[in-house]
Unconditional design. Sequence first.
Length: 306
Amino acid sequence: MTETARTGRAAIVGLGSMGAGMALSLLRAGLAVSAYDVNPQALAHFREAGGAGAASLADAAQGADIVVSVVVNAAQTEAVLFGEGGVADAMPEGAVFVSCATMDPAIARDLSARLEAGGRHYLDAPISGGAARAAEGALTILASGSRAAFDRAQPALDAMAAKLYRLGDAPGQGAAFKMINQLLAGVHIAAASEAMSFAAKQGLDLAKVYEVITASAGNSWMFENRMRHVLDGDYSPRSAVDIFVKDLGIVQDMARAERFPVPVAAAALQMFLMASGSGMGRDDDSSLARLYAQVAGASLPGRKTS
């Protein structure tokens, strides 16, 4: 651990399923961490773990070398930075803002230019790996930005990531890489859900289907991970349906702007939209299997109660 890591001050905005684990990883690395979240219970849990809870965004960012933002989308990121009481003016000159939200690369470039005009750094750093890896400090971070932004953010990046990809010196590159990942992830979840529900319609033993497919060429990381939720009948959200409504919607917007066809991603988006419209928007994204089963009259395992 470097001297910077032992003595650095960090702030984290957003203590949801990912942000809470990231905040704990920062604490374990020896940083002094102040956190802000609109949920008082999340702040209370963080204080119990040894962190400092801030009363406002500006309070969290005051004196912080690194501000890590773990919110849902571009609009929330802009509000964290430039909204009333935002962190842009509260951050010390030369501090770095680490933006972890998935967003259109053009918006990442705009936010970066606006922040850096005020003498602060912006690191475009979307994340992948889920809540468990966030808690372990083992995320994959897809980052782009200036060398100064990377250097200033390094103690936090070391604490939060098992894999850090430096994807260029231009903000927006990290966001673009993340959107390629999200295109594939959304399509794979939709395909896995379709396959498992089709198996149910055939009356197959779904546990045996899972065993066979995870040992065969048709397997994917998403099949292996998400179809376990289906077998358990557990749709509590690790990653919600509405996340992919948002992310595949961004893919569509980017593709339309480039006149690039993405018909498979478009079909997957329609399935996520149907699941959301059916009341499953806040449920686990494996709920697409439930949607298929409802349409086809297939039977999936029931929700576990213990």
